[in-house]
Each structure stands twice: as structure tokens, then as C-alpha cells.
Design a protein around this ligand. Structure first.
Ligand SMILES: C[S@@+](CC[C@H](N)C(=O)[O-])C[C@H]1O[C@@H](n2cnc3c(N)ncnc32)[C@H](O)[C@@H]1O
Length: 469
């Protein structure tokens, strides 16, 4: 162990695993665990620590004496600076291995429950260009790389259109090409940046809260529809129209060109009026025989192809016969509810975002799904005895909570109702494991299927079937 700049340098650590938040894992000579960014299991790395805690260190690999055979060349020029695809330097089969392992570890270590053998993770056919939604920020305070700073070159144009540097709210990495969204996403972003500069539209400065252009959202669908939304800080009709007309003329394939004027302190558009500049105010995504109308504020799973795989697993696990009352908790825009509706007597979706419930109802009408109902509210308040008395005791519950998992009151209510089957879809197997442990006396886990929705990242979805003991 050596010391440099008051930080500990740990030399020649063998990286043995990939851990939480996608960090590589090694053991320090003093026995503590070291979580390392920028390394791959199988590497031998010298690590500079950035954080020291009682049981572990956090740090960054600064050199390697041995490179892992699990490594692969990252395709993206922004890898290592952009926080988006931290596992791009690891082969996809190895990414899948560590995702599967994370699910197994969480269910075993946190859940401490009897498990069936966990089904092999469903990998994604597309490992790049799989996202249907990207959001970029404009900034007049571009992040400079170490090379740019060291070159002493005077950089006059500090405009950027890209992503926040991890942990830095006011620094934006100027993205040249992102490998996550299909064409023409990159072409649209590049055109908008260049055109904005040509037309002299100022880029936002978050600290000073100045500048005209704030954010850009691009949504694409598997049916090749495109939505583009530009967020401005203030109204300058001449400049706004000049930019949006140029975008419309350059990309006639855009289905929906919209804008927002948002002068408040943060970028979220959810409390803002969205104006349609050209085309429709929505696009359509399709899944099997269903069509989903998506507007600028709608939630839709960001990997459409893998969402279809996830929903198929959910439907298989539910194994509906047609006479069941199904509850779809945390229904979002009601996509799972509508996906399983034709196999059920009735489906009831509950969700806290009112706009999502409006969209769920609209999509159900559009899809002629007549046996679904949707209700809005916080789950722990809505999913109560009064609601059950009014709507009936479920035969099957599908639950797909956010990363925090289910509120303890929701778990208690599930146990009280104890439907024969619960299908638990989760984007965080650690909180899922916690909830499964709470239900273990009443429910046996009979199937577990991890699904990869986000290649090149450590994130993994997991579907579990619980059957009443
Ligand atoms: C992981 S998403 C699932 C969405 C949906 N099942 C789908 O596949 O598109 C979780 C959903 O839970 C909703 N949500 C979060 N907290 C909630 C709460 N306390 N009560 C009800 N819904 C909540 C979110 O708005 C989000 O739509």
C-alpha cells in the first residue's frame, strides 16, 4: 500500500467480481473490499482510493498490470467520461453472467429464501441502439477532457449538447455520437446543435439561469415514428421558429415536433405546457396487436423489444385461464394490464401519476380492451380494504414497483388478501429480495427469470412468480 496526495494507492489488486452499481470488486491487503470504477473482473489493477469507509474502499483503476480476457474494446468515443454505458469495456456474455449473478446473490443473501433454479437471463438481441428515448441538455459550459485542458489550446466555443457528467449538475459532455438510440437520433441532435449556433441561439447556463436552449428529447418507435421536443428557457418567437422550421425541413420523417417554454429552476417538463409545432402531439408504439399512444410526458419502457420479452415472461408466469380478476399494481400507462387483459376476466390497474392513468384509459379504448379499469393514487393509500370491497379480491396480482420496491403497507395488504399467485416484476432485485422475504411464510418462489433491458449497463430486471404455500 502506498500513499499519494493523501489518498491511498493500492497496488496490483486482482479484480474478482462485479458488484453493486456496476463497480468492479477486489480485496485490499487489509482485507477490506474495494469497489473500483473503470476495471473489469480478471484485471489486475493499481487503484487510487477516493473514499474510505469502515468496511470498504471506493476507488479508480489508474493502471493495469494485467488485462482481463473478459474485456472488449468500447465502441463509443465517450466511454469512461460519459456515465451512461459503464460496462461497454466488458463482453456482452460476461455482462449477462454478472447480471444473473447479481440477481442470484440478492435473492440468496438479502432474501434468504428457498429458491428454484434461476432461469438463464434473457439477453437482448440488440446490444446497442436499443433505447427509444434519449434526453440531452444544452450548456454553454462544456466539460473539458484532461487532454483538452493539458493542451493549453484556447477553447472559445464552450457550447455542448449532451449528457451530465456523473455527479455534476452544471457540466455537460458534448456528445458526438451516442450508441444507444437508433438513427436518425444522432443526426437530429447534431443538426440542432449546429443550426442553433448558426442562428445564434444561446445555450443554457445552469448556474446563472441564462440562455435560450435548455433540453432536447428524442423518442423513436419500432414503427419508425419520431418525436422531437425542444425545451426553451424563454420565448423568442423569431429564433424559436427559425430553429424548429429548420428541423422540420431537414427531417420530414419527424412525426411530432414539439416545444416547451420553461422558465422555472429545473428542467422537468411534467408541470409544463407542451406545444405542438408540427405534426401530431403524440407517436404510436406497437406490441403484438396493441398500439400505445405516447405523448411527450408519457412513461414507456425505454427498450421496446426487451419490454415485449419482459411482458411475455410476466404473462407466462401469470398463466391466466380467462376467469381471473387480475390487479396490475404500479401499472404506469397500463401496458402490462392491456397485454394480459385478453387472458383475464378483468384487469384493474393502479398507479400514482394521473397523466399515466389518463393515457392507460385512452390506450385501453384505442385497443378496444373493454375489461380493464384504471385508478390513480399512492398505492399504500389506494390499495386498501375499501378498494377491495368495491372491486373484488384478486385471483392474481402483478406488481411492478419502482426501484424502492413495495411499501410495507402494500406488502401487508397483499399478505392479507393472499391471492393464489403474485407475479413480481422488479428493476432492483435487492428491494425485491427484501419484499420476498416478508412474504416467505405465505408464498413460495417458484420461478425466477432475469431479463436484460439495458445492455452496456449493470441494470437488470427480474420477474418472480410467487405461489401460495
Ligand atoms: C417500474 S414502473 C412500472 C410501469 C409499468 N408497469 C410498465 O411496464 O410500463 C413503476 C411505476 O410505479 C409508479 N409509482 C411509483 N410510486 C408509486 C406509488 N407510491 N403508488 C403508485 N404508483 C407508483 C410510477 O409512476 C411508475 O409508473
Amino acid at each position: 500500500m502506498g500513499r499519494r496526495n493523501n489518498r491511498i494507492v493500492l497496488e496490483n489488486l486482482k479484480v474478482i467480481d462485479a458488484g453493486a452499481k456496476g463497480k468492479a470488486v477486489a480485496k485490499a491487503p487489509d482485507g477490506k473490499i474495494v469497489f473500483i470504477s473503470n476495471a473489469v473482473p480478471g484485471d489486475t489493477a493499481t487503484v487510487q482510493t477516493t473514499k474510505k469507509r469502515k468496511a470498504y474502499y471506493e476507488g479508480k483503476a489508474i493502471s493495469f498490470s494485467e488485462l482481463s480476457d473478459k474485456r472488449t474494446e468500447p465502441v463509443c468515443q465517450h466511454f469512461g467520461v460519459c456515465g451512461g454505458c459503464k460496462w461497454q469495456n466488458m463482453g456482452y456474455q460476461h455482462q449477462l453472467f454478472y447480471k444473473q449473478k447479481e440477481v442470484e446473490n440478492n435473492l440468496n443473501r438479502i432474501g434468504k429464501i428457498d429458491l428454484p433454479s434461476i432461469l438463464p437471463i434473457l439477453g437482448s438481441e440488440k446490444t446497442y441502439f436499443y433505447r427509444n428515448k434519449m434526453e440531452f441538455s444544452f450548456s454553454d459550459n462544456k466539460w473539458l477532457t484532461l487532454e483538452q485542458i493539458q493542451s493549453n489550446e484556447i477553447i472559445e466555443n464552450r457550447n455542448a449538447l449532451g449528457f451530465h457528467i456523473p455527479g455534476m449538475w452544471d457540466k455537460i459532455l458534448d456528445i458526438k455520437k451516442c450508441h444507444l438510440q437508433q438513427d436518425p437520433s444522432n443526426a437530429i441532435r447534431t443538426f440542432i446543435k449546429n443550426k442553433a449556433e448558426e442562428l445564434d441561439l444561446s445555450f443554457f447556463n445552469t448556474r446563472k439561469q441564462e440562455g435560450l436552449l435548455r433540453t432536447l428529447m428524442i423518442r423513436t418507435t419500432s414503427t419508425n415514428e419520431i418525436m422531437v421536443l425542444v425545451q426553451f428557457y424563454s420565448e423568442d418567437k423569431t429564433k424559436r421558429e427559425a430553429l424548429l422550421n429548420a428541423v422540420k425541413d431537414e427531417f420530414p420523417e419527424i412525426t411530432s415536433l414539439q416545444y416547451v417554454i420553461n422558465s422555472k429552476g429545473n428542467d422537468t417538463i411534467y408541470d409544463q405546457e407542451v406545444h405542438c409545432f408540427h405534426g401530431r402531439d403524440h407517436i404510436f408504439e406497437e406490441m403484438e396487436t396493441l398500439r400505445f399512444k405516447i405523448n411527450a410526458k408519457s412513461f414507456y419502457q425505454t427498450n421496446s423489444e426487451q419490454a415485449y420479452e419482459l411482458y411475455k415472461v410476466t404473462r407466462d408466469f401469470a398463466n391466466l385461464k380467462g376467469d381471473e380478476l387480475v390487479y396490475d399494481l404500479y401499472t404506469g400507462t397500463g401496458t402490462i394490464a392491456q397485454f394480459v387483459a385478453k387472458n383475464a376476466k378483468k384487469v384493474i390497474g393502479i398507479e400514482s401519476v394521473p397523466e399515466a392513468i389518463e393515457a392507460a384509459k385512452e390506450n385501453a379504448l384505442l385497443n378496444e380492451v373493454t375489461n380493464s379499469e384504471f385508478y390513480v393514487g399512492d398505492m399504500k393509500n389506494v390499495f386498501n380494504d375499501e378498494f377491495i370491497n368495491a372491486h373484488g379480491v384478486p385471483d392474481v396480482v402483478i406488481t411492478d414497483p419502482p426501484r424502492d420496491g413495495m411499501h410495507a403497507d402494500v406488502v401487508s395488504q397483499l399478505l392479507k388478501l393472499s391471492p393464489p399467485k403474485i407475479v413480481y416484476v422488479s428493476c432492483n432485485s435487492a428491494t425485491q429480495a427484501r419484499d420476498l422475504a416478508l412474504m416467505d411464510d405465505t408464498y413460495k418462489v417458484t420461478k425466477v427469470q432475469p431479463v436484460d433491458m439495458f445492455p452496456q449497463t449493470h441494470h437488470v430486471e427480474n420477474v418472480v412468480l410467487l405461489e401460495k404455500r
